[in-house]
Design a protein around this ligand. Sequence first.
Ligand SMILES: *Cc1c(COP(=O)(O)O)cnc(C)c1O
Length: 396
Amino acid sequence: MSDKNQDQRSDSFQGIEDSYLAEVYAKRPITLVKGEGVNVWDAHGNKYLDLVTGHGVAILGHSHPKFVEKIQEQISKMITCPGIFYNDKRAKLGEKIAEITPSNLDKTFLSNSGTESVEAAIKLARKATGKTEIIALKKGFHGRTLGALSVSWTRKYREPFKPLVSGVKHASAGDIEAIKENYTKDTAAIIVEPIQGEGGVIIHPKGYLRELREFCDEKEILLVFDEVQSGMGRTGKMFAFEHSKTHPDIMCLAKGLAGGIPIGATISSNEIFSHLKKGEHSSTFGGNPLACSGALATIDIIENEKLLENASKVGDYFMKELSQFLELPSVIDVRGMGLMIALQTKQRISDYVRSALDKGLLVLTSGLATMRILPPLILLKENVDETIDILKGILE
Ligand SMILES: *Cc1c(COP(=O)(O)O)cnc(C)c1O
């Protein structure tokens, strides 16, 4: 796509949003109105290659025909059904999640977002162990509600809202000794992202997740993996921890799980969940038939269309192509796994991200100097080639 100036992108919706919606987002100046596959369109009909996918939510791309069909079918049947009644789609999803996760993870609590899946994990860990402290990692991100915010790291997100939940300690990522230093007899759990997403696609040193597992077993505390961003095939395996031949006691999922329909899931064992009694946790919208059928359709499409293999193959190609930029003086690092990718620059990243948008490419940032790329799992090599062409023009 050729460069567009601001007049060709601004419209009245932008002023209306700024007037009537809480201005908590640093906005990009386009109004997205339609999506299909790897592309989205703004209100003027300009087309973009979408490597943001709602922060990794639209893992099937936009408006996947089979997904749309399943959702439409469910909408015309039933959208809401509270947890006090049984539901066919919810039952099937519970069973399916148990099937695609390690054998110790056989029970699920359903909610509506990543932060809720973390809240449930924290409550569950406290209740199951009878202890209160949580060890989280520096550079970690787990959400914005007060409990999840307490285990998140970024100062700017935390400081204005103190006091937060007490008993949280942040250890340096990738260092088992730092975990040991923060452990006390009151530690209930360790929560980590198997790959730190918001922190800048930080991949832990080899063996680290297994060391965490061993430490938790030794001390009889719970290991929580927050796979909200890294899960559902993003790294080329269904869950990022599978690359490390280990497993959590509690896993959090959300983002891609229902292909764009809001959902959160906190998954653990029967034994751990047995400590949570009736009435001790719940969610009005959680486990609704629409979200459940969205998740069932998403998992089905990932399996039938071999999207794990595609994410792995196209991800490798993407990394190989990106690595040519390491020769440029403007680029410091490229890293990633599957289709969870980052490019770190010397200069502020926001200028590059803005130039990319002008050329029809949507990407994310992590911090001040990292570009984060979270494409849909249906990405093709030709989409990578298009991306590399645009980035080349910007970075050189
Ligand atoms: C996005 C994210 C969350 C929060 O999810 P929301 O749906 O925005 O509440 C939690 N953990 C991780 C790892 C995330 O990437």
